[in-house]
Write a protein that binds this ligand. Structure first.
Ligand SMILES: Nc1nc2c(ncn2[C@@H]2O[C@H](COP(=O)(O)OP(=O)(O)OP(=O)(O)O)[C@@H](O)[C@H]2O)c(=O)[nH]1
Ligand SMILES: [Mg+2]
Length: 385
């Protein structure tokens, strides 16, 4: 069990397999993001193993020699959780976990999705997001769900994590899990229907909606608060926002308010299972008339992150007009800003997206917010003509 309430933070070890041709810079960035995720979860990274392999090994994902190294490191550092940063097969995670039983049966082995789901778990407040997490977890865990490993889910399942279970038991669990999944899906379907009705009603009450989308921690909620005068939680960590909230932006140009929605942030290597389960949360964005794609212009990886978000929007078939909002201008110097703007212009012209405008702002200080609002107004005025 993870010692979350004890005096120390759970200790994490990151395992990363990297193709031989990957540049050092990319490795550093990827590791930094994983560390940030672990930090958000509330853990501390005490060790890492990086293996250069063009193809992950079929048995353990990492090579057998690295498994031995992993055991030693887990033992000497008192590791609680090993995070294998990648899309790892459930059977591979289980095999690693089994190897680690000789060190301690308490060590858990997660992949990136498990880590993200466990962060989601901490932030889920509505029945909808709780169900979505449950469903994504059940789909993602594969054989691990049958109580073969001592994973978070099996722990939550209340003692399912005992080893050496008979075939009959596993068969029974397998059937039970299928039944549970069907139940969750049915419940979610009902919630989506109710939500769709609410959305239709709400749309009649205002203009829009405008949806804030973007990479996690880009500043969506900060901008949402600035635009609507609300006080939603914003945070340095990733995935602070999990559920969608709608607020009103009052404009003297219109009788009705402009509706603005804030939703969950995206991240690279977000697997389809997660996107799929969060479709109902993303409903507001999918049905919006205009998207504000918020980016952290101060981030050195800004272009890569814009492209990740664009790909996810594409996969969700969200092809509405976009205003690209370059946020955090208060902490960027003039020269860096110019270079970023040029790169972004180039990126936009190379893609078939519907970016109407690029607007630099600071959601934090409020700089250039009026210009952004004016772009939003112009968009809806043109629609009404
Ligand atoms: N300097 C500066 N910091 C900002 C600005 N906007 C947001 N931030 C900071 O960026 C961090 C993330 O902000 P959020 O508004 O929570 O970001 P988000 O996109 O909603 O993040 P998630 O909901 O976690 O996906 C917080 O620490 C904010 O204070 C800005 O304009 N300037
Ligand atoms: Mg947020």
């Amino acid at each position: 069990m993870i010692p979350t309430t004890s005096s120390r933070l759970p200790k994490f070890l990151i395992v990363q397999v990297i193709p031989k041709t990957t540049k050092q810079e990319e490795i550093t960035t990827e590791l930094a993001e994983t560390k940030q995720l672990i930090d958000t979860f509330g853990g501390t990274v005490v060790s890492e193993i990086i293996q250069r392999l063009d193809h992950p090994s079929p048995n353990f994902y990492i090579g057998a020699g690295k498994v031995e190294e992993l055991k030693l490191l887990c033992d000497s550092n008192g590791i609680d959780v090993v995070v294998v940063n990648g899309l790892v097969k459930s059977s591979q995670l289980f095999r690693i976990e089994k190897e680690l039983w000789t060190v301690s049966p308490k060590i858990m082995v997660w992949d990136r999705i498990d880590l993200i789901l466990n962060i989601f778990d901490q932030h889920a407040t509505t029945l909808e997001s709780k169900l979505q997490i449950k469903l994504a977890r059940a789909t993602h865990m594969g054989p691990r769900i049958y109580g073969l490993g001592k994973t978070e889910l099996s722990r939550q399942g209340g003692g399912v994590g005992t080893r050496g279970k008979g075939e009959t038991n596993i068969e029974f669990e397998r059937r039970q899990i299928k039944v549970d999944q069907q139940k969750i899906k049915k419940e979610l379907k009902k919630l989506i229907k109710q939500k769709q009705n609410r959305l239709t009603k709400r749309t009649e009450m205002g203009i829009g909606p405008v949806a804030l989308v973007g990479y996690t921690s880009a500043g969506k909620t900060t901008l949402f608060n600035t635009l609507t005068g609300k006080q939603k939680e914003m945070n340095k960590g990733l995935f602070t926002t999990l559920d969608t909230v709608v607020g009103k932006l009052k404009s003297p140009n219109f009788e009705q308010p402009i509706l603005v929605s804030d939703t969950i942030g995206f991240i690279s290597n977000l697997p389809p299972v997660l996107i799929d389960s969060f479709k109902s949360t993303l409903l507001e964005s999918l049905e919006a008339k205009l998207l504000l794609h918020v980016v952290d212009a101060h981030d050195p990886q800004v272009l890569e992150k814009i492209s990740v978000v664009d790909e996810i929007l594409l996969s969700l078939k969200a092809n509405q007009p976009v205003i690209l909002v370059l946020n955090k201008c208060d902490i960027i110097d003039e020269a860096a800003l110019q270079s970023i703007q040029e790169k972004i212009e180039k990126y936009i012209s190379s893609r078939e997206s519907d970016v109407r405008t690029v607007q630099l702002i600071s959601a934090h200080t409020g700089a250039h917010i009026e210009e952004l609002v004016s772009h939003i107004e112009t968009f809806f005025e043109s629609k009404m003509r």
